[in-house]
Design a protein around this ligand. Structure first.
Ligand code: PEP
Ligand code: MN
Length: 372
């Protein structure tokens, strides 16, 4: 059960203390408070855990400071959509809105290799009105002998260049909790000139200790990728680990499933699950066409497979696109074969716009027919 308190309820007010005292006396129930400090309001939610079936919504709803009560199902308690649940499906980070109604493109380098390539990428992004990118510093690689990313050493120039080109959010995978501090330090040293969205990669979707550590901080939002060999339910539960620890700014990423049934693509594209995740949870949904398709092949219509699946995800309502670009893919240290060329960025963005408009028309059409 979730108690949504009246906005700006003060933790030192007598009513709030009375509420917590009442909850503490409920047998077999424990409570956990989550506070979200926004620009205009501070919102507080109290999660009741235990035998909440015995509680009456009316009674709990009449307690001091309580605005609304939502009874949650067992599934995805924090991030899920529940009956009569009108909690928002969006959040803001560093001036950028992420939600189930918005679309953000994160085009960038799979792995940071040189300062020059970072600059070329970010310059192109800013020339095309983009404020988000992807930049891998910590790379989980199948072989221990492959390039593992530059790690902390590249962070200062990545953040500096981002500041120079007005990039507000960089998606960056972390593979260990110590990377949190490294990112924090580098951001601080570079005057917080940009922001970071932490990425939990598909290989770490069920690294529960990492999830708990990342969930305990609320400075950075998190993009969690679906595990490539586990069920959707298992991956959504992994996302819930982040939220249950306190971080509700979570985006769910589809990146294809590992099976040779997807050949010749690197993974089997799973973007049919975009609407499924949107109805089961309040998370914005990201698609990663690069890691799902994995090759730069194109069909007789001249459209690369990566762009076909991007459009498929967007026309189904995806909210974020994470995509690999590189100035010279054959020199890329990681995933060159799936990188789009920087000169293709305007083409890619224009194609996205077509798919997005088609999605918006489809959503309007659905509304119209709903009213009939
Ligand atoms: C990535 O986005 O760089 C990446 C490694 O993705 P995934 O975890 O989906 O393989
Ligand atoms: Mn990659």
């Amino acid at each position: 059960m979730i108690l949504i308190l009246i906005p700006d309820t003060r933790p030192d007010s007598p009513e709030y203390k009375q509420l917590l005292a009442h909850l503490a006396n409920l047998p077999g129930i424990s409570s956990r408070v989550h506070t979200e400090v926004g620009i205009e309001h501070t919102l507080t939610e109290v999660y009741l855990i235990g035998n909440t079936k015995a509680l009456s919504i009316e009674e709990i709803g009449s307690l001091p400071c309580v605005e609304r009560v939502v009874r949650v199902s067992e599934e995805y308690r924090v991030l899920g959509r529940h009956k009569n649940d009108d909690r928002p499906a969006n959040f803001d980070y560093n001036g950028v809105r992420f939600g189930q109604d918005t679309l953000n493109v994160f085009a960038g380098l799979c792995a940071v290799d040189t300062l020059e390539h970072v600059e070329m990428m970010m310059k192109a992004l800013s020339e095309h009105g983009q404020v988000c990118t992807r930049m891998g510093a910590y790379k989980p690689r199948t072989s221990p002998y492959s390039f593992q990313g530059h790690g902390r050493s590249c962070l200062p120039y990545v953040f500096d260049i981002a500041g120079k080109y007005g990039i507000k959010v960089i998606a960056m995978e972390i593979t260990h909790e110590s990377h949190l501090e490294e990112i924090h330090d580098a951001l601080f040293q570079t005057g917080n000139s940009t922001g970071v969205m932490l990425q939990i990669g598909t290989r770490n979707t069920q690294n529960f200790e990492l999830l708990k550590n990342v969930g305990r901080q609320q400075d950075f939002p998190v993009l969690i990728k679906r595990g490539f060999g586990i069920t959707l339910d298992e991956s959504l539960n992994a996302a819930e680990y982040l939220a249950s620890e306190g971080n509700h700014k979570v985006i769910f990423g589809l990146r294809g499933m590992k099976t040779n049934m997807g050949d010749p693509h690197r993974n089997f594209v799973d973007f049919a699950h975009v609407p499924v995740v949107k109805r089961l949870t309040r998370m914005p949904v990201c698609i990663d066409p690069s890691h799902s398709v994995g090759i730069r092949a194109q069909s007789p219509d001249d459209i690369p497979d990566i762009m076909h699946v991007t459009a498929q995800g967007i026309i189904a309502g995806a909210n974020m696109v994470l995509v690999d670009f590189h100035p010279v893919p054959n020199k890329a240290l990681v995933d060159g074969p799936q990188a789009m060329l920087i000169k293709e960025l305007p083409y890619f963005l224009e194609d996205i716009q077509i798919a997005r408009e088609a999605y918006q028309q489809r959503a309007a059409l659905a509304k119209r027919y709903q009213q009939v």
